[in-house]
Design a protein around this ligand. Structure first.
Ligand SMILES: O=C(O)CCC(=O)C(=O)O
Length: 318
């Protein structure tokens, strides 16, 4: 059965559940209209901005990550620097020793961490928060292999993993063009207003999923071009789409941001997966690179509640 839906943009669309997905509202024409941006963010729980990040910087990171992927035999050795053809039969994922060996090298990339500080991205978040922005240093990169659908990111909220303040926003974007069939990201507009949802263990990034049918909301998503950014509140439910290509890896990043005036956990100030020290990551970086910048900020540190996280993980349906 088809359903008629509408969102803050006032647009309506017919959705065939499981087939088509409603398109993201593009806020690119509105990035200088702070009040409108805040209203849309509050209403929808997400902002999609096409062409927000400089494609040259993005391609530098892509080339750097693919060079690591080639050295670790994730992608074909004679691939073009920007292509990313998966070696047949290889499908490592987070948690695998082979994945982490490459991921540690990705975490050491200055270009990758610099990308989180992209000026237009940070300026938009400043407008959204109405204050200075804390760029969480705990930057995340993902290499998603084809033929691995079981490990597609489940529908989930980020708050349980981040804590500190629910008003933390994630910027998700692919490192290159990313049609939905390569595995892009979708959001459930309005789901942030449901508060923290009960979780169950699930396959895929984060290992925790939520049920969403009872919310009666409609997924939005689509194809991404290099430079397009999807931002969402830490309680906005989002999910990956499976990488259905025969042989391409999907590269993407998750960067997180909050107002400097909101509390933050120490965990958000540590490297992702906490496998390396910052001093190890910073080796060989250029003098003007963003190192330990958060130590200069007047932050309020709060504990990460392992109990809240684990209780949530043991919750409904797990
Ligand atoms: O890139 C993905 O598939 C997962 C990104 C995501 O949902 C997250 O990190 O919270």
């Amino acid at each position: 059965m088809n359903e008629l839906t509408s969102d803050s943009s006032g647009s309506t669309a017919v959705t065939e559940p499981g087939l088509a997905v409603r398109q993201l509202t593009d806020s690119a024409p509105d990035v200088t209209r702070a009040e409108l941006i805040r209203q849309r963010a509050e209403s929808d729980g997400y902002l999609f901005v096409s062409g927000l990040v400089d494609v040259e910087c993005l391609n530098t990171v892509r080339a750097d990550i693919l060079a690591i992927c080639r050295a670790h035999h994730f992608v074909e050795p004679d691939d073009d620097v920007l292509v990313g053809t998966a070696v047949s039969g290889v499908r490592w994922r987070e948690g695998d020793r082979e994945y982490f060996a490459a991921y540690d090298e990705i975490q050491r990339l200055e270009s990758f961490h610099r990308l989180a500080h992209s000026p237009r991205l940070v300026a938009l978040l400043e407008a959204l928060f109405g204050s200075s922005v804390l760029v969480h240093p705990r930057n995340i990169a993902r290499v998603m292999f084809p033929n691995n659908n079981q490990f597609t990111t489940p529908a989930h909220q980020d708050y349980v993993h981040i804590q500190g303040t629910p008003h933390t926003w994630t910027a998700w974007f692919p490192l290159g063009d990313c049609p939905r069939s390569l595995g892009s990201l979708e959001v459930l507009p309005g789901s942030h207003r449901a508060g923290p949802l009960p979780v169950r263990s699930a396959y895929g990034a984060g290992g925790l999923g939520v049920q969403t049918d009872h919310l009666g909301l409609q997924w939005v998503g689509g194809d991404f071009k290099a430079g397009d950014v999807l931002l969402f509140h830490s309680l906005t439910v989002h999910r990956g789409t499976p990488n259905q290509t025969p042989d391409r890896v999907r590269l993407s990043v998750d960067f997180r941001y909050q107002s400097v005036l909101e509390p933050v956990t120490q965990a958000s100030l540590l490297p992702h997966f906490n496998r390396l020290l910052w001093d190890e990551i910073y080796q060989g970086w250029s003098p003007d690179a963003p190192r330990y910048y958060w130590r200069e900020l007047p932050l309020t540190l709060v504990d990460f509640s392992r109990r809240f996280h684990d209780a949530a993980a043991r919750g409904a349906g797990s």
